[in-house]
Design a protein around this ligand. Structure first.
Ligand SMILES: Cc1ncc(COP(=O)(O)O)c(C=O)c1O
Length: 424
């Protein structure tokens, strides 16, 4: 239905129908959370073997003994897996503890405190700014704003962030020191950056010589369907463009094995790795190498990773499809909602009519459905259009997802019809 073309009488009737549905839902006492991208327990069970795999396993002896101190860059077999997945050399990979977000935070902190390869520490500068393609990952934005870094919102389209805007910003402003990117199956839009966007990021002229791309490839292998969407190798693009040190890459096994006990990865040029290790050596004597070794045993190699990812996809694909089917049935061809149809990753990005997302959030919350706080997908929690809602389908079971969809649909209709009637 094109809601905006309806008469007030028709809208009133529709509103009454939706409010009746909402009232029946209220009585059910629902309590469902689709706000965060967490694997469900069936997905976690895929990695249960990790908990026992070292029991009968011969551990390396001597200097490579994973039970002992040392090994600042992580264990070799795990670094080999990451190197293969990211398309870089093993020397360019550091394997860490369980959180890549932690590695990103530490990276920002190092730049602030120590600078980058001898540059002025960022916290000694009057102003530091970061570009934030949006909608994006809320925790990126909060990491940088926690350090007092100013966030610049840049819109995205189906190819990634709008490069014309970024190029003109970074060319003239040397206080812009970085950009957050989720280049594959982006959180929340599901967009994978096009080759042209990757090349332009790698080759653009930057006023700041210590500008860094924070390339968070969290969903590098998280395909929902048989075919994987290709992503151009940004390290190679940077290297070819004469900017080999421009990119800091991150990923982790959080949504491959266990988010609470996985292995994170930082990868970059050999020179950047050297720069970082020089600082990290005062911070730690080494990561949890026992866990890294267990992961390497469990996953085997990059093909082992791809094999487990197919099992994840089989579990979560029906959940995505269930939501997408409902949205298509209810809002296909309507003028009040549009949404992404992701081929991978963990989210559906759902846009309701401008000025209605907060009201949808409130209605959902009162009916027992928690969705991501509206605004969180933008810097400073500000969605100027009040339109974007992030849906995370993976954690809940299909039965609960049906109920969640029912609440989301009638909340959307109520919020939008109310707004259209008020505007008329
Ligand atoms: C884009 C993105 N990066 C990083 C993370 C967190 O990664 P980790 O568990 O490795 O800290 C998430 C989690 O949802 C994410 O969506």
């Amino acid at each position: 239905m094109k809601y905006r073309e309806q008469t007030i009488e028709t809208l009133k009737k529709e509103l009454k129908i939706e409010k009746d549905i909402y009232d029946t839902v209220l009585k059910e006492g629902i309590n469902i959370d689709i706000s965060r991208g967490k694997p469900c327990s069936e997905q976690l069970d895929l990695s249960n073997e990790l908990l026992t795999i070292l029991k009968d396993c011969a551990l390396p002896t001597g200097p490579a003994d994973v039970r002992n101190y040392g090994g600042l860059q992580g264990v070799l077999p795990m670094r080999e897996i990451f190197a293969d997945l990211l398309g870089v050399k093993v020397s360019q990979v550091m394997a860490g503890d369980n959180s890549s977000l932690n590695m990103m935070y530490d990276s920002v902190q190092r730049c602030m405190q120590f600078g980058v390869m001898g540059s002025t520490p960022w916290n000694k500068l009057e102003k530091v700014k970061f570009i934030c393609p949006s909608p994006g990952y809320d925790r990126h934005f909060t990491v940088t704003s926690a350090f007092g870094i100013e966030l610049i919102t840049v819109p995205m389209d189906n190819e990634g962030p709008i490069m014309d805007v970024i190029e003109s910003l970074v060319k003239s402003d040397d206080s812009i020191k970085g950009i957050w990117c989720v280049p594959k199956y982006s959180n929340p839009t599901g967009v994978t950056y096009s080759d042209a966007v990757v090349d332009r990021l790698a080759s653009m002229e930057c006023a700041a010589s210590d500008f860094r791309i924070f390339w968070d490839n969290a969903y590098a292998v998280h395909d929902l369907y048989e075919d994987s969407t290709p992503l151009k190798n940004i390290y190679d693009s940077c290297d070819n463009a004469g900017n080999p040190n421009r990119v800091y890459m991150f990923t982790s096994t959080s949504k491959i094995t266990l988010p609470g006990a996985g292995v994170a990865c930082f990868a970059s040029s050999d020179a950047n790795i050297k720069d970082v290790l020089e600082i990290i050596k005062y911070q730690t004597i080494g990561p949890n190498k026992v866990n890294q070794f267990a992961h390497a045993q469990f996953l085997g190699n990059a093909d082992g990773v791809r094999a487990i990812m197919k099992k994840h996809a089989d579990i979560i694909r029906p959940k995505f499809q269930a939501i997408l089917n409902v949205l298509e049935d209810e809002f296909g061809g309507s003028d009040i909602a549009s949404w992404s149809k992701p081929l991978g990753g963990y989210f559906i990005s759902y846009d309701v009519m401008n000025g209605c997302a907060k009201r949808v959030y409130e209605l959902c919350k009162n009916a027992g459905l928690v969705i991501t706080t509206v605004g969180d997908t933008f810097p400073y929690g500000r969605d100027d259009k009040d339109s974007n809602i992030r849906i995370a389908p993976t954690f809940t079971n299909t039965n609960e997802l049906d109920k969640a969809c029912k609440i989301l649909v009638c909340s959307t209709k109520i919020a939008c019809i109310e707004k259209i009637m008020a505007d008329k």
